[in-house]
Design a protein around this ligand. Structure first.
Ligand SMILES: *[C@@H]1O[C@H](CO)[C@@H](O)[C@H](O)[C@H]1NC(C)=O
Ligand SMILES: *[C@@H]1O[C@H](CO)[C@@H](O)[C@H](O)[C@H]1NC(C)=O
Ligand SMILES: *[C@@H]1O[C@H](CO)[C@@H](O)[C@H](O)[C@H]1NC(C)=O
Length: 191
C-alpha cells in the first residue's frame, strides 16, 4: 500500500515536474502546490497529512458572531428571590456563550451586548425578573398578575457593556416567581 502510494506520488509529481516553468514565479509555485495537494487527496491520503485540519470541534474563539436564543422547557413554580432561571432549550448558540447546564451566558469577548427576555407569568401570580450581570441586577421586568387573573407576558430589552468573561443570567429580584414555560424565552447578541 505504502509502496503503491510512493510510486503514484513520484510518477504524478514527476508528471507535473515537466510543467514547471523554467523561471519559477508565484504563479507556478501556486500551481505546483495545488498539484501536490490534489494528488494527496486523490490517492486517499487523509486530509490531515496534507494540511492541518486536526481541529474538529469549535471553541468560542472560532466564532466571529455571538448570538443565542433559549427558552424554558419546564414550568417554574415558587422560584425564590435571587434564584437563577434556567432556560433548558437552546435554539441558537453562536459563539457558545450560553451554558444550558447552569443558565449562564459568559461573554466570549468584550463589547456592547443586547439582551431580551419575555416571561409569561402564571395566571394570578407574579414573576419579577432582572438581567443579572456578575451578580448585580441591571434591568427589571415586573410581571404582575395578582387580581387580573390573565396570563400576561412581560418583555424587557436592555443593552449592557461587557468585558470578556462577564457572566449574565436572568434572576428573580423580588418575591417568588411563577413562570409558565411556553412563550418564555431569553436571547442576546453582541452588536
Ligand atoms: C495542528 O493543529 C493543532 C491544533 O490547532 C496543533 O495542536 C498542532 O500542533 C498542529 N500540528 C501541526 C503539525 O502543525
Ligand atoms: C456549564 O455549566 C456546568 C455547571 O456549572 C459546568 O460544569 C460546565 O463546565 C459548563 N460548561 C462550559 C462549557 O463552561
Ligand atoms: C405548551 O408546550 C407543550 C410542549 O410543547 C405543549 O404540549 C402544550 O400544548 C403547550 N401549552 C400551551 C397552553 O400552549
Amino acid at each position: 500500500m505504502f509502496l503503491t502510494f510512493v510510486v503514484l506520488m513520484v510518477s504524478t509529481l514527476c508528471g507535473s515536474c515537466e510543467n514547471v516553468s523554467p523561471t519559477p514565479g508565484l504563479k507556478s509555485f501556486r500551481q505546483d502546490y495545488k498539484n501536490i495537494e490534489e494528488t494527496c487527496l486523490a490517492v486517499g491520503f487523509v486530509k490531515n497529512n496534507c494540511r492541518n485540519d486536526s481541529k474538529t470541534s469549535k471553541t468560542s474563539e472560532d466564532y466571529q458572531m455571538v448570538a443565542f436564543d433559549v427558552r424554558l422547557k419546564y414550568h417554574k413554580r415558587n422560584i425564590a428571590t435571587k434564584a437563577r432561571i434556567m432556560f433548558e432549550t437552546v435554539d441558537l448558540n453562536e459563539g457558545l456563550g450560553y451554558n444550558s447546564s447552569d443558565g449562564i451566558f459568559t461573554a466570549p469577548s468584550g463589547g456592547i451586548y443586547v439582551f431580551d427576555w419575555t416571561i409569561l407569568a402564571w395566571q394570578g401570580q407574579t414573576a419579577y425578573t432582572s438581567l443579572v450581570v456578575n451578580d448585580q441586577f441591571k434591568s427589571w421586568n415586573h410581571c404582575h398578575d395578582i387580581g387580573s387573573k390573565t396570563w400576561p407576558p412581560c418583555s424587557k430589552m436592555t443593552v449592557v457593556k461587557l468585558r470578556k468573561g462577564d457572566k449574565v443570567w436572568i434572576g428573580v429580584y423580588s418575591g417568588t416567581a411563577h413562570i409558565f414555560a411556553n412563550h418564555t424565552s431569553f436571547s442576546g447578541f453582541k452588536l
